[in-house]
Design a protein around this ligand. Structure first.
Ligand code: ARG
Length: 475
């Protein structure tokens, strides 16, 4: 029996059914729908609205369906409209008309919001877990290159020397913020819509707080109209996933650049590269390019949902059915890209000699001259000007900064003693960077240490949440 139809004399036209139908994509909500049905059944039972023997039969059937959905023995068919109707069909096939009892006090409006929240929590935790693996790979790679000098860039021009590990380790920070964002999102998403019914709550003696607790939520919704129309958790998740995608795309861009013949820094492993169908010599950084390219669709999915929500009247409107495909797609996309980028990071090696040779080029030590003068109490503006003159002189003579003569240094600024050459080394410049978060060896070691501690803290939070969630699903 369809979920509605009593007041209609005609079945929906084919085109209506085709447009209405969502089961081909919302079927993946089935495990969450079954779990929230068990929670709903429990309150119907404890409130006495369902007799024990009826409740027992329905519970047994729901548990069987859970197994059959997992094994693929039960699945949606062409005539099912959505996941809810497909599962009600399955239930009534098992227990007959009493299967329909489960609909008391519940609407697809609170049901779908609950299912989607459970799905989102489950999968955002999986995304978080996958991010921690990338974090571990980035930290390992950063440590491996903790003593490899390289040029640091601003405006894509040589700026100041750094250790290459520092360049890699910066990514750990952005993904750590993503993990914090997911944690934060979880805390806000932790409100159960179930019990809000179609929009106004229920006149039956249900217990939304009990269902919320049963499903692992911290509380039940404070406003039933908000509960059925709130998709903030979808929009926020899509924003987080977009930002993860943007972070991945920036890694992708770097890897593409570093793997060029011109740079020649990165050697991406064969297993994470692809060839060309026509040019036999080619080894392309396609994983890095896909990481970069996929960010576009992630941003598109966020935009689609925000546009769908804008101006949407409150309580349930069918527009809301459009929340699912973008969310599913963004989660699938991020879960596809993360392991590929993790593997690429793990297996890429970098050419230390090339990076070291490039480190002092482009007069990247000019700041050291200015800092040398500042230590001699020369005002920075004057020091900056003098260092600039050193660069100009070198450019004119086609030499490097440390090749300027004592006389040339002196003529530019009286405080530029021959001692200045001591700071004109890549190693010296790097070693002098001692502030928190700097590229110098001690600061860098501290950075790696605290990033590692932070990662184990976040990994534990995620593992605990995943354990809690899977116990709830299995209860
Ligand atoms: N398939 C619908 C969705 O995904 C379920 C809710 C339908 N509710 C309704 N009143 N038509 O949003």
């Amino acid at each position: 029996m369809a979920l509605w139809g009593g007041r209609f004399t005609q079945a929906p036209a084919d085109a209506v059914f085709a447009l209405s139908r969502s089961v081909h994509f919302d079927w993946r909500l089935a495990p969450y729908d079954l779990r929230s049905s068990l929670a709903h059944l429990k309150v119907l039972r404890t409130s006495g609205l369902l007799q024990e023997d009826v409740a027992d039969q329905i519970e047994k059937a729901l548990r069987e369906l859970t197994t059959e959905v997992a094994s693929g023995k039960f699945s949606a068919i062409d005539t099912d409209e959505d996941v809810h109707s497909a599962l009600e069909r399955g239930l009534t096939q098992k227990v007959g008309a009493i299967g329909g009892s489960l609909r008391a006090g519940r609407s697809r409006n609170d049901q779908v919001a609950t299912d989607l929240k459970l799905f989102a929590i489950d999968h955002m935790l999986e995304v978080a877990n996958s991010i921690t693996k990338l974090q571990a790979a980035l930290l390992a790679k950063a440590s491996e290159y903790s003593d490899a000098p390289a040029p640091g860039f601003t405006h894509m021009q040589h700026a100041q020397p750094i250790v290459f590990g520092h360049e890699i380790a910066k990514h750990v920070q952005s993904f750590a913020r993503d993990l914090e964002r997911i944690q934060d999102w979880l805390a806000r998403t932790n409100v159960s819509p179930l019990g809000s019914g179609a929009l106004s709550g229920s006149g039956l003696s249900l217990d939304p707080a009990a269902t919320a607790q049963d499903l692992g939520f911290g509380s039940s919704s404070a406003n039933s109209i908000d509960a059925v129309s709130d998709r903030d958790f979808v929009a926020e998740a899509l924003f987080i996933l977009s930002l993860v995608g943007v972070h991945l795309s920036r890694i992708g861009e770097e890897w593409c650049l570093w793997a060029t013949t011109e740079f020649g820094w990165a050697k991406i492993a064969d297993e994470y590269s692809t060839g060309s169908s026509i040019m036999p010599q080619k080894k392309n950084p396609d994983m890095a390019e896909l990481a970069r390219g996929k960010a576009g669709r992630l941003i598109g999915n966020l935009t689609a949902v925000l546009a769908m929500l804008k101006g949407l009247p409150f309580a349930y409107n069918r527009d809301l059915q459009e929340d699912k495909e973008p969310l599913f797609d963004s989660i699938d996309t991020v879960l596809l890209v993360l392991p590929a980028v993790t593997g690429m990071v793990e297996t890429t090696s970098f050419d230390r000699a090339k990076m070291l040779a490039a480190a002092p080029l482009g007069f990247s030590l000019a700041t050291e001259i200015a800092d040398f003068l500042v230590r001699a109490h020369v005002p920075f503006s004057e020091a900056h000007e003098a260092a600039g003159k050193c660069v100009a002189l070198c450019e004119k003579d086609g030499i490097e900064l440390d090749q300027l003569s004592d006389q040339q240094f002196k003529s530019i600024h009286s405080s530029l003693t021959p001692e200045v050459r001591k700071v004109l080394t890549v190693q010296g410049a790097i070693a002098s960077r001692t502030t928190v978060g700097a590229t110098g060896p001690t600061a860098f070691a501290d950075q790696i240490k605290s990033a590692t501690t932070n990662l184990s803290r976040l990994s534990k939070v995620i593992a605990d949440e995943q354990k809690r969630f899977s116990e709830m699903m299995g209860a």
